[in-house]
Each structure stands twice: as C-alpha cells, then as structure tokens.
Design a protein around this ligand. Structure first.
Ligand SMILES: Cc1ncc(C[n+]2csc(CCOP(=O)(O)OP(=O)(O)O)c2C)c(N)n1
Length: 634
C-alpha cells in the first residue's frame, strides 16, 4: 500500500512530513505515467504541477477555498489527492474519471469547460461573490503561461487589479510552453521576470542571512515575501503584473514544495488579489517527457513506460491536411498559415518549417487569429487558420463581422470536428456547422475522404471574397469513397433501385451512409446517397433530387439544431418541396467522454441504427402513415 492510498482528501496531506511529501510526489508521478501510458492523456503538464498542487492543497482548504484550474488538463494531481486515486485507472474511459475537472466527480472540482484562459474570470466572479456574501473563502486560480496568452485572461486581470477585497490568489504556472514554447511579448516579459539576476541574488543573500539567525529566520524570510510595500517589493522586478497594480510574489521554484507553500501562505495572508509566479518544468520527473522536443509529452497517445516510445499511430486526417497545405504553400506564395498555439496538433509544423515567414503562431488567441486573418486577407494574402472545431466557437463574432462582413478571403480548417470522444463534452466539434450556417456568404465544405480533402481545400483557397471552411473529424480517414456521378456540385455515391430514399450525407457520415444504403438495397428499398461536398450554401441539385424521392434522410456529425439537415429542410420548404424528411445528427446535449465510435453508436449515428430507422420510416410511408417519433435524447 502506497502513501496515496491514505489520502482521501487534501486534509490528509497536512500531517505528512517533508520526506513523506517527497515520497508522495514520486508516487503520484508514477501513477500518472503508468495510467497515461495505457489510457493516453495529458502527461507533461501534470508532471509539472505535482509540488505546486500539493502546496496549494496544504495551504488552502478545498472545497471551502476554491481551486480553479485553467483549461483543466493539469488537474490529475488534484484528482489524485481529492479522493479519486482508486478510480484513476479509468481515466478518460467511458464511465471513468474524466480528463478534466468534473463537478459530477467531486466537490473539489468547479470549472470543467477546458477551453483555455477562462480561469481568472471565473475566479474573479467567485471571489467577488464571496466578498459580497461575507464568506471567508479564498479562490486560487492556476493558469499556465500558455493560457495567459489568451485575451480573456487579460480582461480578467484588468478587473482583478481593482477588486481590492477579492481574496484571490493567481498561480502563474510558467513552464515557458503551451504545447511548443510560448511565443509573444508576454513570453518575453515572463522571461525577464524569471531571469532578473539582481532579484534572485539579493533574495538568496537575504534568505541565507536570515535563516542563519536562530528562531527568527523563517518568520523574517516570510515577512520579506509578504505584503505591503516592503523590501521584497523594492527587490522584485517591477513590470508586467505590478504595472497593472497587482501584487506579485515570485518567481518561486514550483518544484520546491516548501518554497511554494511559503509563497502561497504569504499570498493568502495578503487578503487581496496576488499573483504567485511559479517556475516549473513540463514533464518534470520523467526523462522521456523532458526529452520530448515537440511538446514534452503534452498529450501523448499510449506509450512504453520504460522508453517513452509512443505506440505507432496510423495516418490521421491532420497528417493529410499537413501534406496538402505544404503542397499548396509551394504553389501559392500568397498563402499564409495561422495557428492558435497548436502548431503540431493541427498539422502546421511542416508548413512552418518550410515557410517560417508565412506561418504565425498567435498564442491561445482564436479571436485575434480570426481578425488578424481578416487583416492579412485585406493586405493581399490568403490566410488559412487551422484550428480545432470546438475552439472556433470562441471567435464567432470575428468570423461574422470581421471576416464575412468585409468579404475577406480567409479559409478556416476545422480539425477534430464532430464527435471527438475521450476529451469529453467541451472538446466535441459539434457546433461549428450550426453557428456557421448563419454567416452570410460563408461557404462550408465537409470532405468525406482524403481525395476530397485535397480537392475541397484547393477550391476553398481559391475563394478570395468570402470566408471558406473545410471541416474534418478526429482520427484516421476512411478508404476513399468514389463518386459514381455528379449532381450539380454534389457527388452521387450510390444509386440503387427506385427513387425511394435520398440520403444526404455530410463529410465523415458518407462512409456510414454507403453502408446504410447497402443494407437498404438488400431489403429492396431504392436508395440514392449524395455527398454535397459544399454543404453551405445548399446545392440546388439536391433540392431537385429531394423533389424526386419519397423520403429524404440527412445525416451529419454536428448538432441537430441549425445544422446542415435543418438548413436543407428549410431550403426544401422554401422551394415548396415537401418530401417527408428525417434529420439525423448529434442530440443537442453535452456528451460524456467515451470513444468516438461508442458515442456515435449511442446517439444512433451508426449504420445499423440508421438503416433500421430508415426501414421503419419507409414502412410507415408504404402504409400511408406519418413518420414515427424518434427519441433523440436516448
Ligand atoms: C481556447 C483554447 N484553445 C486551445 C486549447 C488547446 N490547448 C490545451 S492546453 C494548451 C496549452 C496550454 O499551455 P499552458 O496554459 O501553458 O499550460 P501547460 O500545458 O504548459 O501546463 C492548449 C493550446 C484550449 N484548451 N483552449
């Protein structure tokens, strides 16, 4: 039995000796490494916050005091010391421990959105609420230097600086990295705080002298770290945070638990908002992570614990996009690429190597990325912003007003669209085709396979007077699905028997639709499967096909509300085409984490369920009945 087994809640950390805490830290690292090696997950970030998290839980009293983790990908240590050690082996598995904080899991978790740069706003609100209600509670926000590049964090700091009575401690976990090294003016400013030699030397000297005085050393050293205008302030590098009017403590070695505790205790005593600047190393305590150049094992797939060698993955959609964009970049000198701190995950790394002057990593700043893209387009270039579908949500207004209204030729490449699975509710890319439907002039393509990805991307970057979007899912692409015919701009994939059922399949759902068609054909039901390729605007050829069939079935890997099916239905209605219509998509709910295929089966987006529903619908029509009701919340 290890020490971790004796930690049921953070209070159990209080009685441990320094040696036991070191032992516990090692045990936590071991558990995290072994678990992520099989289940995949965020390893580097969590290895970097072991001491920091232990220190927070020893100094503050969670859940009375609230701890908010920005993004939440670095909350494994917190989970392990808040009663979830026994279940930790189920990390990211269906029904198991979530990869992010989860209110359903623990009273110690509060924020679970996993979209970066929000912690300070949550914390600002919480601290103000406690102040107004007269509750003696502290709020601790843990935010990485990466998340600190997001605009929301600065909007929050601007407010926090004047919220004098907020008992708010902001721990800046500075490991110099997002996935790759954090870039920008902020990163430079943090470096200057980190490396100010005068500060470090003087503090060291003071520490040595004071600690040499028996009895008073620690207390006096504490006092130096403390509040109000004192010696510490005279020594601390002025800049950045203090210019904003925020109390600053640091820099502190985030792997020195005792030093962290001391800094946090001082910050706690201050009684107003304080920043504690902790310097940590991503991947600390595990050599393969520290050596991992691309991202220090930010989020590895399964790997070998001894060597750190990742299990081979096949080519995924991202890899094919990566090749396609390099190819396009070679042919078009006006093509520029943008990433919001996700160079490797979105596959722009090779483009960046080849065309560094045409690649921009803007930090975790999707809103800025979009409007900056508008500027690049106005300046005569064609920007391609590659981003996970879920993160574009944040920049909706920028797409609408800054790009579309100005008729800017910007291409958005939405990776990880549709159901993504393991990362839980916040990471599914199930909103893009709904929110983008309302953007005038925007054209949206959903390639069904790799050939179509290349084709549609090529078409997209040729549009220079409107935004274009190319969206594809997570994981490996299917085998190519050849077209047997064209209808307008759409591909006809199957035409079997009579014109009974028209299946309009979007992107990744085409492969499934072809399988559904073969099941229907086997039962003597006539079926046509069409892939619109460009799903927005609706192709008039599809309206005509719908007019000629007995039943229209739309299938998309996007929320049912306001997506492609809903828009098609509305278009048919406007055109006076009243063919019975069945709309299949993702129910408009927050989906718990599980494997993508398991979720698709659960929500009825698998071939078997779809085929059964179509057969039921056709049977109802044959009998002259209305379509049966389907429970879309199942
Ligand atoms: C809005 C948004 N964009 C992108 C991401 C993807 N993402 C997850 S973690 C991360 C890097 C975070 O860096 P940092 O805050 O420094 O934490 P670290 O992993 O270095 O501890 C990014 C870009 C996200 N979660 N949210």
């Amino acid at each position: 039995m290890g020490l971790l087994d004796s930690i049921a809640s953070p209070r159990d950390l209080r009685g441990l000796s320094a040696e036991q805490l070191d032992e516990l830290a090692a045990e936590i690292r071991d558990v995290m490494i072994r678990t992520v090696a099989t289940n995949s997950g965020h390893l580097g970030p969590n290895l970097g916050v072991v001491e920091l998290t232990l220190a927070i839980h020893r100094v503050f009293d969670s859940p009375h005091d609230r701890v908010v983790f920005d993004t939440g990908h670095q909350s494994y240590v917190h989970k392990l010391v808040t009663g979830r050690h026994a279940d930790f082996g189920t990390l990211r598995r269906e029904g198991g421990v979530s990869g992010y904080p989860s209110q359903a899991e623990s009273e110690h978790d509060i924020v679970e959105n996993s979209h970066a740069s929000t912690s300070l706003s949550y914390a600002d609100g919480l601290a103000k609420a406690y102040a107004i209600r007269g509750e003696d509670r502290h709020v601790v926000a843990v935010i990485g230097d990466g998340a600190l590049t997001g605009g929301m964090a600065w909007e929050a700091l601007n407010n926090i600086a004047i919220a004098r009575s907020s008992r708010l401690v902001i721990v800046v976990n500075d490991n110099e990295r997002s996935y790759t090294p954090t870039i920008g003016g902020l990163a430079t400013a943090l470096t200057s705080l980190r490396t100010n030699p005068r500060y470090e030397q003087v503090l060291d000297l003071v520490k040595k002298r004071l600690n040499a005085v028996p009895g008073v050393g620690h207390a006096a050293y504490d006092a130096l770290h403390a509040v109000k205008k004192g010696m510490k302030d005279a020594l601390a590098p002025q800049g950045l945070f203090e210019d904003l009017g925020l109390k600053y403590v640091g820099p502190v070695d985030g792997h020195d638990r005792a030093a962290m505790e001391q800094a946090l205790a001082n910050a706690k005593r201050f009684g107003g908002p304080v920043i504690v600047h902790a310097i940590t190393r991503k991947g600390q305590g595990y050599d393969p992570a520290l050596r991992h150049e691309a991202d220090q094992f930010h989020a590895p797939g399964p790997f070998d614990v001894q060597t750190g060698a990742e299990k081979p993955k096949g080519k995924i959609w991202t890899d094919h996009f990566s090749e396609a964009i390099v190819d396009l970049g070679g042919r078009r000198e006006d093509l520029v690429a943008i990433t919001a701190a996700m160079m490797h995950p979105v596959g722009l790394d090779v483009f960046a190597e080849k065309f560094p002057e045409r690649t921009f990593d803007v930090g975790i700043a999707e809103q800025h990325a979009v409007t900056s893209a508008a500027g690049l387009a106005m300046g005569g270039l064609h920007p391609v912003f590659a981003v996970y579908a879920t993160f574009l949500n944040r920049a909706f207004d920028q797409v609408l007003m800054d790009v579309a209204l100005h008729k800017c030729g910007v291409t958005f490449v939405l990776d990880r669209s549709g159901v993504t699975g393991d990362d839980g509710a916040s990471h599914n890319g199930m909103w893009d085709m709904s929110i983008l439907q309302v953007v005038p002039g925007l054209r949206l393509a959903a390639p069904r396979d790799v050939t179509r990805l290349r084709e549609l991307l090529e078409e997209a970057v040729q549009v220079d007077d409107a935004p274009t979007v190319v969206r594809f899912p997570k994981g490996p692409p299917p085998e190519d699905v050849p077209a047997i015919d064209r209808a307008g701009g759409a591909d006809v994939l199957v035409r079997e028997g009579e014109q009974d059922v028209l299946i309009v399949a979007v992107g990744s759902m085409c492969t499934t639709a072809v399988e559904v068609a073969s099941r229907l054909a086997a039962q003597g039901i006539g079926v046509t499967v069409v892939d619109p390729r460009w799903v927005k605007p609706v192709d008039p050829a599809i309206v005509e096909l719908a007019r000629d069939h007995r039943l229209v079935v739309s299938v998309e890997d996007n929320g049912r509300t306001g997506g492609c099916g809903a828009t098609l239905l509305q278009t048919l209605n406007d055109a006076g085409v009243h063919t019975p219509f069945r709309l299949h998509g993702i129910p408009q709910e927050f989906l718990d984490h599980a494997k993508r295929d398991a979720i698709l089966a659960r929500i009825g987006l698998d071939a078997q369920t779809l085929a059964r529903t179509v057969v039921e619908d056709v049977t109802a029509l044959d009998r002259g009945l209305a379509l049966v009701e389907v429970d879309h919340t199942a």
